[in-house]
Design a protein around this ligand. Structure first.
Ligand code: ATP
Ligand code: MG
Length: 553
């Protein structure tokens, strides 16, 4: 039996709520603002919200928090839906905060009617000044004395477009001396004559986050509204609206956002990277966006496992990117098809192998007990990796050297008889002989060799471009590093190998398949592939090379 994991604080709350009969079933929501692509931080929130409802037999809504007409686009809505689905989750309802604009307006009217909201003509600067500081109370202005009737009329006129942007705002009337700045008569509505991606030009006033978000939770009867720690000071306001309006009592809970080493996790910064050409697109495989990780070959399983492993914290922390890579590697090791690919070829001629071709059966994945097999063409002319040969080998060099023997993976043992060089002294070819009785699977040669090399038959090889990725930033904690975060972009985050030589079946590589290029890492087909050129991404290396470097230093 696997070890029982202890409950996280949200699971404890939910179990209590269900046990006490507070709720019959739970309803959570994932509420992205459609102003960018989702990143791995959002994946954490998705796994949490959908994971909790799944575990406790509840449901999760996908709600687009689309109250800011200026930055939001339909392209982002589509990408967000694709990403959530790809991660393996199904939402109960697809909803939009903009669908509640009429209801939200009516709720605001109700606050005015209760004398709890007023229209203020002050400018943003004046309002900020009147708010005071955390150590000094703020002061109300003359607009706060407006009558309910006047406020109702002015708010309607705001809606009807009688005022310009910034001319008036609607504010809640709470407490200008509160220790919590969010309670010092916060803004509920502002005027913005802008086209909205769903409501078009119907509205020219838009609710602020605090008024839209909590009320949307209530409208949907969300039981557990989970957000990140920076919203803790907003919670009293969240509760104030519910109490004053007498609407469904959703509750807000906060957890620590995911921060990760060597990357940034804010849509605004990621957008900058794209717009300024530091990466090509949102789904550039170096980006922490979910679409980028998918393109790079990360699996949804690995990302879910990662989110599960890091757990739910109540304090900010920085998670090591290596942990995500570890999860990816673990999963790929189980599912990836093994293939032989030579990056830097050195030709080997097997002089005693008559000029025929043989098809060798080699297993696709030794980690899989139901492994399938593929046929790999073997012939007298093959490529091995240049670094797998040394003319003057150091001690314990188990690869090929003059007079030495190695096994060719899935094929035969060969012996290096002769090194051929050009006039400049560069090695151009090795002449080897093979041991006919040493065929893998039916080896009767009695010869034991320590090294096994990957290889590709020259005349059968397919070619491809390979893209090798490294961390996007050179700094571990980019968000906290001094100065502009773009100063820390790693100039070597992408390395292109223009031509590699692959065993022929990779000519038919598939997008949904994962490959391990033996001794090289995990790879997947990139969407830039065409009839003319196959392109592979390195998803992750075989080992955590950074951990090794850290130990060395
Ligand atoms: P960003 O700063 O990257 O734009 P955001 O919080 O503004 O992020 P939203 O679209 O508002 O992005 O977020 C949708 C949900 O995802 C919210 O509930 C938010 O708390 C959560 N979320 C965003 N970033 C993270 C993160 N790094 N870790 C965990 N949850 C996150
Ligand atoms: Mg946001």
């Amino acid at each position: 039996m696997s070890e029982e994991k202890s409950l996280n604080f949200l699971e404890e709350i939910i179990e209590d709520d269900l046990k006490n009969g507070k709720y019959k079933s739970i309803l959570t929501r994932f509420p992205p603002e459609p102003n960018g692509y989702l990143h791995i931080g959002h994946a954490k929130s998705i796994c949490l919200n959908f994971g909790l409802s799944k575990k406790y037999g509840g449901k999760t809504n996908l709600r687009f928090d689309d109250t800011n007409p200026v930055t939001e686009e339909t392209e982002y809505v589509d990408s967000i839906k694709e990403d959530v689905k790809w991660l393996g989750f199904e939402w109960a309802n697809e909803l939009y905060a903009s669908d509640y604009f009429e209801q939200l307006y009516n709720l605001a009217v109700r606050l005015i009617e209760k004398g709890l909201a007023y229209v203020d003509d002050s400018s943003a600067e004046e309002i900020a000044k009147q708010k005071g500081t955390p150590t000094q109370p703020g002061a109300r202005n003359e607009f706060s004395n407006r009558s309910i009737e006047e406020n109702l009329k002015l708010f309607l006129d705001m809606r009807l477009g009688k005022y310009r942007d910034g001319e008036k705002v609607l504010r809640a009337k709470i407490d200008m001396a509160s220790n919590n700045m969010h309670l010092r008569d916060p803004l509920l509505y502002r005027i913005k004559h802008a086209h909205h991606h769903r409501t078009g030009d119907t509205w020219c006033i838009y609710p602020m986050y605090d008024f839209a978000h909590g009320q949307s939770d209530s409208i949907e009867n969300i039981t557990h509204s989970i957000c990140t720690l920076e919203f803790i000071p907003h919670r009293p306001l969240y509760d104030w609206f519910i109490e004053q309006l007498g609407i469904f009592p959703s509750h807000q809970y906060e957890f620590a956002r995911l921060n990760m080493t060597y990357t940034v996790m804010s849509k605004r910064k990621l957008l900058q990277l794209v717009n300024e050409g530091h990466v090509k697109t949102w789904d550039d495989p170096r980006m922490p966006a979910i679409a980028a990780m998918r393109r790079r070959g990360y699996t949804a399983e690995a990302i879910r496992e990662f989110c599960d492993k890091i757990g739910v914290a109540k304090r900010e922390n920085l998670i090591d990117l290596s942990l995500l890579e570890f999860c990816v590697r673990e999963h790929l090791n189980k599912i990836a098809l093994r293939r032989m690919v030579v990056f830097d070829p050195l030709k080997v001629v097997i002089t005693n192998y008559t000029d025929m071709t043989e098809l060798l059966k080699i297993e696709d994945n030794p980690e899989d007990e139901n492994t399938t097999y593929r046929e790999v063409a073997f012939s007298s002319g093959i490529y091995i990796e240049r670094e797998d040969f040394m003319e003057i080998p150091p001690k314990k060099f188990f690869r090929l050297f003059p007079g030495g023997m190695v096994r060719l993976k899935g094929a035969y043992i060969i012996k290096c008889d002769e090194v051929v060089k050009d006039d400049a002294g560069n090695i151009t070819e090795l002449r080897c002989s093979y041991i006919p009785e040493s065929k893998s699977g039916s080896d009767t040669s009695g010869i034991h060799v320590k090294g096994t090399l990957h290889w590709v038959s020259v005349k059968h090889a397919a070619t491809a471009e390979v893209r090798l990725y490294d961390r996007l930033f050179t700094e571990e904690n980019v968000a906290d590093a001094e100065g502009d975060f773009k100063n820390y972009i790693n100039p070597h985050s992408l390395q292109i190998v223009e031509t590699v030589y692959m065993e022929p079946c990779l000519h038919e590589a598939k997008f949904d398949e994962r490959y391990q290029f033996i001794r090289k890492g995990y790879f997947c087909l990139d969407k830039d592939s065409s009839e003319e050129k196959i392109v592979f991404n390195r998803t992750v290396g075989l080992k955590d090379t950074w951990a090794k470097e850290a130990k060395k230093s």
